[in-house]
Write a protein that binds this ligand. Sequence first.
Ligand code: GLN
Length: 556
Amino acid sequence: MVEQVTSKPKYIFCTGGVVSSVGKGLTVAAIGRILKARGLKVAIQKLDPYLNVDPGTMSPYQHGEVFVTSDGAETDLDLGHYERFVDENVSRMSNITAGQVYLTVIEKERKGDYLGGTIQVVPHITNEIKRCIKLVGRQTDADVVIVEVGGTAGDIESLPFLEALRQLRTELQRHDALYVHVTFLPHIGATDELKTKPTQHSVRELRGIGIQPNVIIARTDHPVNKDIISKIALFCDVDENAVIPLQTADNIYAVPLMIEETGLGEYILKRLRLEADAPDLSEWREIVRKRRSATDRLRIAIVGKYVELHDAYMSVKEAIVHAGIQQNQDVEIRWIHSGELEKGKRLDELDELDGIIVGSGFGYRGIEGKIVAAKYARENKAPYLGLCLGMQVMCIEYARNVLGLDDANSSEFDLSTPHPVIDLMLEQRAITDMGGTMRLGEYPCQLLPNSLAARAYGSGEILERHRHRFEFNNDYRDVFAANGVSFSGLSPDGILVEITELQDHPFMLGCQFHPEFLSRPNRPHPLFSALVEAAAEYRAEIGRFRQASAFGVDEN
Ligand code: GLN
């Protein structure tokens, strides 16, 4: 950490304009990275204007992946980008929603904390928002806190958040806060022109609320020339060197390098009067170089019921990329809808794969298709990694097709199954509330020596993040163990099954937790590394076989 002469922390408030989904979260994470590269301690917080208390109760179609923090909060997927880019664990305080803010204020009102007062958006809601923002700085001891507001300027919901940021500008010293606005430049094909007007309008919208941005990051799919930059600077009243064009990157890990090249890092230091080391992005450059130069090509499928929306598997997707970077593999992800496998479609595609991942999920839809994928992996000795529900599915398949336990199932999907090999956790039985009541956050797990898991991790005890209500039913432990399944990861008291693996299989492993949340581009998760390694071996094996059969050569 760098010794600061001015006050701490400094704030970077980041808003969005024009349209959503331009990668504001990624941009913020990348800014975090270039500041961390200068030896600064960075914390990031996302303010989400929706009224859900957290995204845990939302469908992945609405929201994409729910990212779980080590302290057990169910949060926005942008927090995954923050952790992967900045490589600092975020916490419950790193994602605040309007629902949470209102709930706190209304609970206080019911307790009588404001007796006699009228509760209003300003100041009660805005005060609570400011309290949450300041708390992050105090809890993390960060030099810089980057605060991203979800949505775009002009949304009704985000008004209290923007008002809180405006108030902070007057409360903080001029050199302690920087306002960054991320916009989008649409391209008109007929005239081959980029248009700045929507950016101008969105800055006007912000000014109407009382916020004048200091930096404008203009996202675009096309090269931006000097005239466009000058125009934005002039109309939006921003320094020319604070108009940062940011073209869509070929891979997301290149974004910090692209931002660094624009000089934004130095501009931020100057504006915030921050002292810092020279930036060291060498490790990051190496990640990008390796990602671009990977030569081998593996095909790994993500089998799930939300595969139309890749964001629903954001961390899984990135964890595969990280393991690929480490092993010089340009992994192609095949998205296979479990509903299709269930209907007997796309089964032949399974033969083209080098590995299969069955990820997380809730509810019965698509389950039988996931069981088809697990059966295929087991019978063909194809590498398989089951994540949470993927472990449960692996056990159901084994029970039905190897142990002869007909109609085995999870009681989540069939309450009257004769063999609930996956069942509700005891402490979950009396719970009726759906929000924030699962087994959530980090738990320790002990590994069985010499198992696939222990070899992959290279250690005896691990900490992993959970998000589930159901677990392996211990009534069935003996019959599984006597018939080819190792329980290679258990809770330290031995009660909860955390990892299962097949003995007579090169790599078929399921974990009750979510290893994908811990993977980093420079530190791939051991289980994903092990999967990619097994997939490369399988490809080499099966490739010889595929070639041989293509030429009609008898293997013997
Ligand atoms: N639905 C399962 C459970 O609640 C699995 C959850 C998950 O995959 N995250 O236990």
